[in-house]
Design a protein around this ligand. Structure first.
Ligand code: LER
Ligand code: MN
Length: 293
């Protein structure tokens, strides 16, 4: 089954989405995984059909899937439920391959790096029929030491280029995430991450901004969006405490204004904690986003 949606979409004017009343240039994604964890930013989990039906009813357009290995994703079930409920798959997140299995694009061990690249290529294969995006976040790994920074950046750029070129042939876009210092010890701010992509001239690679990380790292979040401009390929939206929008103190209106100013036409993804519970967070995230428009 095939859902045709380009990863980096073309602006379609000021049409409103029938599902959620927001400008059609923005697609709302709900994050989905196998299990819920109150300290992990995935908003829903479990039996896909019921979850997908609920997300669609609430106004979500698509899903962002969080699994460590695409072979473990019940993609057939997910695809049928998506088709039944007018949803598609926006992205495959890959960080669990690092967190759960230790695969890293900058690992000192060449075999580990090769396994990380192979895993990302298998995510690209899974994403290709859906024209979904593949996210490179935590799987970049950490710097072993400050002294190894430039070597690690070279390794990272080489590995990302290999994956991105492969993805390009398969019609899949890559987005590279800026992540806060407590989870990754480099490429933390939007500016550093955008410079990494630009300086190494990484093909088929855009930046993913996550408002939770930006709130920790970026001096001015709206300016960070403006500075990224058309390099912005995807955005994760959670409030300052990683709960759904409206539960913390991020000025989401300023971010939405910046997204509109740069002509962003892509996904706003609910990568937030499933708190106080998944259903409340799913509904609350949409309401919070609507208030920011
Ligand atoms: C991944 O998108 C991310 O934001 C990480 O913080 C997940 O732990
Ligand atoms: Mn994120």
């Amino acid at each position: 089954m095939m859902y045709c949606r380009a990863s980096f979409r073309v602006m379609r004017g000021n049409i409103m989405s029938k599902k959620n009343g927001l400008p059609d240039q923005f697609k709302l994604a709900a994050t989905l995984s196998a299990e819920l964890n109150p300290s992990s930013p995935v908003i829903m989990a479990g039996e896909p059909a019921g979850r997908i039906a609920l997300a669609s009813r609430l106004g979500y357009d698509s899903l962002e899937l969080h699994w460590s290995d695409p072979s473990r994703i019940p993609l057939d079930q997910i695809a049928v439920a998506c088709s039944d409920h007018q949803m598609d798959i926006s992205a495959f997140a890959t960080g669990r391959a690092y967190v759960q299995e230790g695969l890293s694009l900058t690992h000192e061990d060449e075999n580990n790096r090769a396994a990380a690249i192979a895993r990302l290529k298998s995510f690209v294969d899974a994403a290709s029929p859906y024209h979904a995006t593949v996210i490179i976040g935590c799987i970049r790994g950490n710097l072993a030491s400050e002294a190894s920074r430039s070597r690690s950046l070279e390794l990272l750029a080489n590995s990302t280029r290999m994956v991105a070129e492969y993805a390009d042939e398969k019609g899949v876009g890559i987005v590279f995430e800026a992540i806060n210092r407590y989870e990754n010890n480099y490429l933390n701010t939007a500016e550093e991450t955008a410079s990494f992509i630009r300086n190494f001239q990484l093909p088929n690679t855009k930046i993913l901004l996550d408002t939770f990380h930006m709130n920790i790292e970026d001096k001015d979040m709206a300016k960070a969006v403006l500075d990224c401009g058309n390099l912005l390929g995807y955005i994760h939206i959670a409030d300052s405490n990683r709960r759904y929008t409206g539960e913390g103190h991020i000025q989401m209106k300023e971010i939405v204004e910046a997204l509109i100013k740069v002509g962003y036409n892509g996904v706003l993804s609910a990568e937030c904690l499933p708190l106080p519970d998944s259903d409340t967070a799913l509904a609350g995230w949409i309401e919070g986003i609507k208030k920011a428009f």
